[in-house]
Design a protein around this ligand. Structure first.
Ligand code: NAD
Ligand code: ZN
Ligand code: ZN
Length: 378
């Protein structure tokens, strides 16, 4: 029986307020409006950004209204499409995107950036193009985190924030390409443009950092140094290509000095995947002078990083990456293909698997460093 055009009642993990665990509620998901697509979410991951927003809202992140449904790393199947949607049909496998690609704006037309701003202001505050969300609880609007809300069995996204992927892709693996893995991998291959035989350091070995390690390896780096204060991450880093790992806690010297010493002058590329301004400074200062390059992938919207001007004057570069520099709608399907052709690892990121009603356990596993990614089955 088709549900198209009807309100769907389903389960979602609702964040009622900051600092409190999510609660599983029966929500209503309205049909898609013009240029929107309603999807049945099949699998989702908890990214550090979800955790940070729930537990550290207004510390490192700007305010976004509650109640909201978090989750911006997911994969699903199109249930129905709104008016004027021509590129998706019910049954298509898809990955919702927190970064759109409208294909028409100046930024989409530029090869220099992936920062499309279609519906940007609205999705940043949890609503779609018409200023409202499609999810509600007993008549009360529930906001959509980054315009996605993957922790709901159904959600509605703009058609410019959705990637159609091949029909044989396993959704319980490729959901990772909705955020963490694409971000870290792209930070290395697109933003840093890591070169063959180079020396790299990756700070933070969560999903984003491990994906950056994988990117450095795919790019042919000869030395890839993983940096983390949790040594339990080191074995996994080796699986993705780290040639050695360092724990800053094992040293009395600042970690940047340790790395400069280890590499006889600094690394060619450093990628920060923690989200802490002091580690961003350390990553930047660990690069070699004359041509070292540091890419910031770790997230903070309010943090301020300390940069010694002399370090820049001596020829280093500092760049940020958003979603790994990928043009979301067109590149995510290509990354799925690369996974299917075994050019890209995904399975190795998944350490746990839980149903939606245990999603708070997945948040704890991430915070305590016990998981890389938990796949949440909806
Ligand atoms: N730029 C983007 O588009 C984008 C996209 C996704 C995630 N992010 C950000 O990337 C970061 C990583 O996300 P994740 O999901 O991999 O997180 P995660 O929590 O799984 O991993 C973070 C890692 O950093 C390590 N760490 C903490 N303090 C450290 C220190 N002082 N020195 C070295 N390592 C330290 C932790 O032990 C952990 O292994 C977050 O800040 C997240 O918000 C950015
Ligand atoms: Zn994320
Ligand atoms: Zn655009």
């Amino acid at each position: 029986m088709s549900t198209a055009g009807q309100v769907i009642r389903c389960k979602a993990a609702v964040a009622w307020e900051s600092g409190k665990p999510l609660s599983i509620e029966d929500v209503e998901v309205a049909p898609p409006k013009v240029h929107e697509v309603r999807i049945k979410v099949v699998a989702a991951g908890v990214c550090h950004t979800d955790w940070e927003y729930l537990y550290e809202a207004e510390k490192g992140m700007k305010f976004r209204p509650f109640p909201l449904v978090l989750g911006h790393e997911g994969a699903g199947i199109v249930e129905s499409v709104g008016p004027e949607v021509t590129t998706f049909s019910p049954g298509d496998k898809v990955i919702p995107l927190f970064l759109p690609q409208c294909g028409e704006c100046e930024r989409c037309e530029s090869a220099k950036t992936n920062h499309c701003r279609k519906n940007w202001a609205n999705t940043q505050v949890g609503v779609l193009a018409d200023g409202t969300s499609r999810i509600s609880y007993q008549g009360q609007q529930v906001y959509q985190f980054l315009g996605v809300s993957a922790f709901s069995q159904y959600t509605v996204v703009p058609h410019t924030s959705l990637a159609k992927i091949r029909s044989d892709a396993p959704l319980d693996k490729v959901f990772l390409l909705g955020c963490g893995v694409s971000t870290g991998y792209g930070a290395a291959v697109n933003t840093a443009k890591v070169e063959k035989n180079s020396t790299c350091a990756v700070f933070g070995l969560g999903a984003v950092g491990l994906a950056a390690v994988m990117g450095c390896q795919v790019a042919g780096a000869k030395r890839i140094i993983g940096v983390d204060i949790n040594p339990d991450k080191f074995a996994k880093a080796a699986v993705f290509g780290a040639t050695e790992c360092v724990n800053p806690k094992d040293h009395t010297m600042p970690i940047q000095e340790v790395l400069v010493k280890m590499t006889d002058g600094g690394v060619d590329y450093a990628v920060e995947c923690v989200g802490s301004p002091s580690i961003m400074t350390a990553a930047f200062e660990s690069t070699k002078d004359s041509c070292g390059s540091c890419v910031i992938a770790g997230w903070t919207e309010t943090g301020v990083m300390n940069v010694k001007v002399e370090k820049i004057l001596m020829g280093r570069t500092l760049r940020g990456t958003y979603f790994g520099g990928w043009k979301s709608v067109e590149d995510v399907p290509k990354l799925v293909n690369d996974y299917m052709k075994q050019k890209l690892k995904l399975d190795e990121f998944i350490t746990h698997s839980l149903p939606l009603d245990q999603i708070n356990v997945a948040f704890d596993l991430l915070r305590t460093g016990k998981s890389i990614r938990t796949v949440i089955s909806l």
